[in-house]
Structure formats: structure tokens, C-alpha cells
Design a protein around this ligand. Structure first.
Ligand code: NAD
Length: 363
């Protein structure tokens, strides 16, 4: 199996590359632009394997992507490269439109032309897997679950850009017959997660006795999935999914943000006792503009049709994640010191931004 993975230096992409290179023995070409969110140290366990290669390239660069396909001759593409942080999409949407929409278009067009020229056997087995999010479905304010048939209703610049890319992928299948698959997954957490996202941000702020910012009332629900379960779902869909189909991927673990933060505090108190309970650091801050209230995935289709099921519960996954951050400071400390220290992103109101920064720096 020769697979191009885009975004393989990011959080989920690196977990996927570690799994398919290390555990499955696939030949992988990781194509990544190396934005702030990338980290090649996340791949140190497999980077010298002979079945792994890396090329630094922007998926919007048609010539570079064309060369990648021509040189590597893939059997499949697993497309994860994206701008992925909702808060950053609120402050600055242009990169989201470029990478998530135009970059996906470049990949689809290049893949289509390449696939058109393949001999019939390889043409029949070629696959293009597009990795997307449950955020395209909008907010489940009245309860219920996202199913593959749920209408798209994206609310943030990030989710709108991912929804656009999903529609492009479906169109390339319907119009040109490109053998595509789409997965829409809930919130991931786990090792090697860039510390701008809720789980690692809370773990590291709590370790440093800093305020633990909780947006709004903290009652927003996300359906948490351990990243290593997600990458096994992606491999399952690539190997056994029906062409042209969408699969929702979730761990049946809808949990309020405040509960997530409290659980992390309690785990850290147990591992690294502090003078006072870390829950006291919880600070309610201005909500994210347009913050979706509730996401919850119905993963029945991937479970029954393809036999995938999340192995970790939220309890076992969050415990493993906290332990990983406690044992792996070599990975996250340079990011906190040099790339992103945890200041608030994505507020429209400048005075609120200053307020949050002041409250953090008054420590
Ligand atoms: P991430 O931000 O950690 O990593 C993204 C990677 O893409 C980085 O390595 C970055 O350098 C690379 N990249 C960005 N722009 C690029 C470009 N123009 N050309 C080439 N590479 C580029 O993201 P993640 O959390 O690992 O998410 C991966 C994918 O999964 C994304 O498509 C995201 O929408 C989707 N997803 C994420 C989650 C989640 O909870 N994190 C949930 C569902 C779906």
C-alpha cells in the first residue's frame, strides 16, 4: 500500500502516520506545509523507517502536488491537511478558505488526472479519503445525534470551509467518478495535541497554576474521541468503506466542556498534588462568537457496516492523555515557550482580549 498522507505533521495526521508506517508497514509519503500547527518531532519514532518519506509542500501549489503524485505513484490519498482551529478562523479566515477549500480542489483535480491514467487494476483499487469534521452539521441545540443524512449547517468560518471541501469531494465522485470516501469525526484528543486546543491547553495551564479559561457557561457538549481510535477508523474506512459514502466517526462520549476541565484537574491533583485543588483555577471567560452548543455523533453506520468501534472510553482516554503530557514535556515545552503560550484567540471584542491577557499575565 502506497499512501500519500497530507497534513501528516499535525495532530491527527502524525498519529495516522505513526500507525500506518509503524504498525501496518505501509509506504507513506507525508505532504505537509509545516504551518505553526505542524511538528516533525511527533514523528520521531518512525521518521527513519525506510517506508516513510516526507516532502514539505503546500497543497495549494499545483506544480508541487502534481510532482508528488508523479514521483510517488500512490494507491491512495488520505487528506488531512487543513487549518483546523475554530478560534483562529474567527480572527483570520483567509488561510482557512485557501487551504481547506482551494487546497482540497488542487488535490482532487491532481488525483483525478492521475487516477484517469492508471492501468485498470490500480484504477479500480485507488481511493481518495477526505478527513472532515462533525462541525459541518452545525449545533444540536434540541438534542439528537448527527447522522450521515443530517443536513449541513456550518456556523463558523472553519466549519464552513470544511463543509465546502466535503461538497467538492462529493462532486468529484458524482461528476468524474473519482473513488472518494468522506469521514466526519467528532472532537479528538490525545498525545501530541498542539496546546491551543481545550484538552492540552487545560492540562498545561493547570500544571503551571495558570487560570483555566472556560468559554461561556462551560455547558457546551463535544463528543470526545481518542485520536488513536480515530486513525484506526480512517484505515478501516479506506480499506473497507463503500466508494462515494460518508462515515460519521465518534466515540459515544458526549461530554460538557466543564466536565472535561474538571476531570483533568482531578487527574492532575491525583498525579501531581498541589497546595489547592486545581478546580479553583477554573475561570469563566467570554464565550466564543457563534459557539455551537452541542455536538453528538451517531456512529452506528461505521460500527455495523465496517466493524469499527472506539476502544477507549472518555475515562480511559483522558487518563492516558494526562499521563502522556506529564511524561513528555520534551515535546510540549518548546511549543509553550516559542510557538503559542496560551493567550486567548478568536474574540471579536478587543477589550475582552486585553482583559484575558491581563488576567493571565497578572499571575
Ligand atoms: P492540525 O492543525 O493539528 O494539523 C494540520 C496539519 O496540516 C499541519 O501539520 C499543517 O502544517 C498542515 N497544513 C496546513 N495547511 C497546509 C497546506 N496548505 N498544505 C500542506 N499542509 C498544510 O489538524 P488536526 O487536528 O490534525 O486535523 C487534521 C484533519 O482532521 C483536518 O482536516 C481537520 O479538519 C480534521 N478533523 C480534526 C478534528 C480534531 O478534533 N482535531 C476532528 C475532526 C476532523
Amino acid at each position: 500500500m502506497r499512501v500519500i498522507v497530507t497534513g501528516g505533521a499535525g495532530f491527527i495526521g502524525s498519529a495516522l502516520v505513526r500507525y500506518v508506517v509503524g504498525d501496518r508497514g505501509w509506504d507513506v509519503l507525508n505532504v505537509d506545509k509545516l504551518t505553526y500547527a505542524a511538528n516533525l518531532h511527533s514523528l520521531s519514532s518512525i521518521s527513519s523507517n525506510s517506508n516513510y518519506r516526507f516532502v514539505q509542500a503546500d497543497i495549494c501549489d499545483i506544480d508541487a502536488i502534481h510532482r508528488v503524485f508523479a514521483d510517488f505513484q500512490p494507491d491512495a490519498v488520505m487528506h488531512l491537511a487543513a487549518e483546523s482551529h475554530v478560534d483562529r478562523s474567527i480572527s483570520s479566515s483567509a488561510e482557512f478558505i485557501k487551504t481547506n477549500i482551494l487546497g482540497t480542489h488542487v488535490l482532487l483535480e491532481t488525483a483525478r488526472r492521475y487516477w484517469d491514467e492508471l492501468p485498470s487494476g490500480r484504477r479500480a483499487s485507488f481511493r481518495f479519503l477526505h478527513v472532515s469534521t462533525d462541525e459541518v452539521y452545525g449545533s444540536l441545540d434540541d438534542g439528537g445525534f448527527f447522522r450521515e443524512s443530517t443536513a449541513y449547517d456550518p456556523r463558523s468560518p472553519y466549519s464552513a470551509s470544511k463543509a465546502s471541501s466535503d461538497h467538492l469531494v462529493s462532486a468529484w465522485h458524482e461528476t468524474y467518478g473519482l473513488p472518494t470516501l468522506i469521514t466526519n469525526c467528532s472532537n479528538n484528543y490525545g498525545p501530541y495535541h498542539f496546546p491551543e486546543k481545550l484538552v492540552p491547553l487545560i492540562i498545561l495551564n493547570a500544571l503551571e497554576n495558570k487560570p483555566l479559561p472556560v468559554y461561556g457557561d462551560g455547558r457546551q457538549v463535544r463528543d470526545w474521541l481518542y485520536v488513536e481510535d480515530h486513525v484506526k477508523a480512517l484505515v478501516t474506512v479506506l480499506e473497507r468503506g463503500r466508494i462515494g459514502e460518508t462515515y460519521n466517526v465518534g466515540g459515544r462520549a458526549p461530554t460538557e466542556n466543564l466536565t472535561v476541565v474538571e476531570r483533568i484537574c482531578d487527574l492532575l491533583d491525583a498525579h501531581v498534588p498541589s497546595d489547592s485543588a486545581r478546580r479553583k483555577l477554573i475561570t469563566f471567560v467570554a464565550d466564543r462568537p457563534g459557539h455551537d452548543r452541542r455536538y453528538a455523533i451517531d456512529p452506528t453506520k461505521i460500527e455495523t457496516e465496517l466493524g469499527w468501534r472506539a476502544e477507549k472510553t472518555f475515562d480511559t482516554g483522558i487518563a492516558a492523555t494526562v499521563e502522556w503530557y506529564l511524561n513528555t514535556a520534551w515535546w510540549w515545552r518548546p511549543l509553550r515557550e516559542n510557538v503559542y503560550s496560551g493567550t486567548r484567540l478568536g474574540l471579536l471584542d478587543k477589550s475582552a482580549l486585553v482583559e484575558t491577557e491581563l488576567s493571565e499575565s497578572s499571575e
